[in-house]
Design a protein. Structure first.
Length: 205
């Protein structure tokens, strides 16, 4: 196991969105590594069980030297309270226009500078129609959205961004992402409709 600081981040979606819990660390050479990613898909009839998500968080503390857990408190206020009562380090990541922009810039920065290491197939989920998706398939379909507060990474109307959100949260928490000139073939986030499709451009242009 690599030395360094490990964090886990969670974006909870009980019914409509997906729930994703991610373990990530930063190597001494500045590379961000996604170590583990668990994804759940709820429904109106069977929402995601928060206890299952909490157990995943606790189990990860046995698997990795996790320094802190970071969550969106919107639907996880009770989880924050329970963890704090047990003296388990947990922090709240408040989603706002500025924090989402910072998260988007952080994720974009490490991708274009080739500083994100992702195991093949991580974040695998089979939906109710039998379609298989992973973190890589999700992130390559991201688009950029202009808002009055700046730009942000988002998903298309039929897509999801929950895995990408947790990875971006981890990058922000793990510290200062510096924007450097890419030293290898880059991936560029394109605006939807820029050339007839949205997603990430692997051309390096």
């Amino acid at each position: 196991m690599d030395p360094g600081v490990y964090v886990q981040t969670c974006d909870l979606g009980l019914v409509k969105d997906r729930t994703c819990n991610t373990v990530e660390h930063k190597r001494r050479d500045g590379i961000f590594v996604v170590d583990r990613m668990k994804v759940w898909l709820g429904s109106p009839d069977q929402p995601v069980d928060i206890e299952m998500v909490e157990q995943e968080m606790l189990d990860n503390r046995q698997r990795y030297p996790i320094k802190k857990t970071v969550v969106d408190p919107w639907q996880m206020a009770s989880t924050v309270q329970r963890f704090k009562k047990r003296n388990i380090p947990i922090e709240e990541f408040i989603f706002s226009a500025s924090s989402i922009q910072r998260l988007s810039e952080a994720l974009y920065g490490v991708i274009v500078n080739c500083r994100l290491a992702v195991p093949e197939g991580i974040g695998r989920l089979v939906d109710r129609n039998g379609r298989v998706s992973t973190f890589k398939s999700e992130v390559t379909r991201l688009i950029t959205e202009e808002t009055r507060y700046g730009w942000r990474i988002d998903h298309t109307s039929r897509g999801y961004s929950d895995r990408s959100i947790t990875v971006g949260m981890g990058i922000v928490v793990l510290s200062g992402v510096t924007m450097r000139e890419p030293r290898c073939r880059t991936i560029r986030v394109k605006k939807e409709g820029e050339d007839g499709s949205g997603g990430l451009d692997r051309s390096g242009r």
